[in-house]
Design a binder for this molecule. Structure first.
Ligand code: WQD
Length: 334
């Protein structure tokens, strides 16, 4: 199949391109390189021995998307492209609403025009908002996400539901990621965000490599076994494999909207991540405990049963694998 991957040179997108290529697909990537590097294209080749077809461009320009559909018969789209820094979205809500919503609307209009109605959408567990139970299930009524970033994901989920309701020819897979970390074992692709990271693992990597002085663990007084927040961390390669499973499923099922949690189903604390990282990599991390970060929930993790039952997928890599592979990628950076 020929698959368009928007944001395909990004962290999760690039790992998904590797799995798509290794499963025999032709891959076309559209990326504006706002949070990724052109070298990732060559690194995907170095891993797979296969080339993607790459287009640099911004999805806010609808013609950029249409030009790809004019040149290629696209069988399905995996849509990763979007701004995703929670903190930045609070400071720049207009930027996030404009970018994430308009780029998606442009994509959907072009897909409809070219009768390509098979979409896998990169959503996030943040769309659940603050639920009674920390174990998130797809059947839960979504509550208000804690950031404009999360709200754009929830709005796009609503847009996709409405599109299917208006035209039941669409097959839409909504994948809600929990906390993706780690990197491909070959150490050639991984998470390498610009600037000061918001997320835990990229921050740990910069402290471990002495690019940043000290990790602050946000809060030690939560109602959890060690007082630090609990999250559901998932290896990015497991996450990428789930996208291939969803794509394969999309060609086999009848039109509808299918929503899946992509998590391990296990909760792990910040402190456990820090101590595991130190242990498996033989490094000492400089860290301190600080105040809670606003917007953080004490505990959340996936009910991962639906993805296993319907996609025949489950997370297989361990926290140790995630910490080891993340550090291996960092060590390979110039
Ligand atoms: C994890 C834990 C922090 C940094 C966010 C988005 C979510 C998804 C994943 C895109 C929390 C703690 C962090 C630090 C810390 N992104 N932490 N010190 O907030 O669970 O989820 O990223 O889809 O949508 O909301 O991930 O990595 O920022 O934080 O103590 O320097 O690590 O308090 O408990 P989060 P995170």
């Amino acid at each position: 199949m020929k698959i368009l991957v928007t944001g395909g040179l990004g962290y999760i997108g690039s790992h998904t391109c590797v799995e798509l290529l290794e499963n025999g697909n032709d891959v076309v990537v559209l990326d504006n390189l706002s949070n990724s590097k052109i070298e990732v294209k060559d690194n995907i080749y170095a891993i797979t021995g296969k080339m993607i077809q790459f287009y640099q461009g911004d999805m806010l320009d609808k013609d950029v998307i249409e030009d790809i559909f004019k040149q290629h018969k696209i069988d399905a789209v995996i849509h990763f492209a979007g701004l995703k820094a929670v903190g930045e979205s609070v400071k720049e809500p207009l930027l996030y609403y404009r970018n994430n919503l308009d780029s998606t609307l442009n994509l959907l209009e072009v897909m409809r025009k070219y009768d390509c109605k098979n979409l896998v959408f990169s959503s996030s567990a943040t769309v659940y908002g603050n639920q009674e139970s920390p174990r998130y299930v797809e059947t839960m009524e979504r509550k208000t996400p804690s950031s404009p970033y999360g709200k754009t994901k929830a709005m796009i989920e609503d847009i996709l539901e409405d599109i299917y309701a208006s035209d039941p020819a669409w097959k839409i897979f909504i994948l809600r990621y929990f906390n993706p970390i780690g990197a491909h074992e070959k150490g050639l692709i991984g998470e390498d965000p610009n600037g000061i990271p918001n997320n835990l693992m990229p921050y740990i990597l910069k402290v471990a490599s002495n690019e940043l002085e000290c990790l602050t663990i946000f809060g030690r007084d939560y109602d959890t076994p060690d007082g630090t927040c609990i999250r559901d961390y998932i290896h990015v390669v497991d996450l990428a494999k789930a996208h291939v499973k969803a794509l394969e499923k999309s060609f086999a099922v009848s039109p509808n909207v299918y929503t899946y949690n992509l998590g391990s189903g296990k909760g792990v604390s910040v402190s456990e991540i820090v101590t595991t990282f130190e242990r498996v990599n033989g490094v000492k991390l400089n860290y301190q405990y600080g105040p809670r970060r606003s917007g953080d929930l004490p505990k959340m993790f996936a009910d991962a049963t639906k993805a296993f039952a319907e996609l025949n997928w489950k997370a297989e890599k361990t926290i140790e694998d995630m910490c080891r592979d993340a550090w291996n990628f960092k060590l390979g950076q110039k």
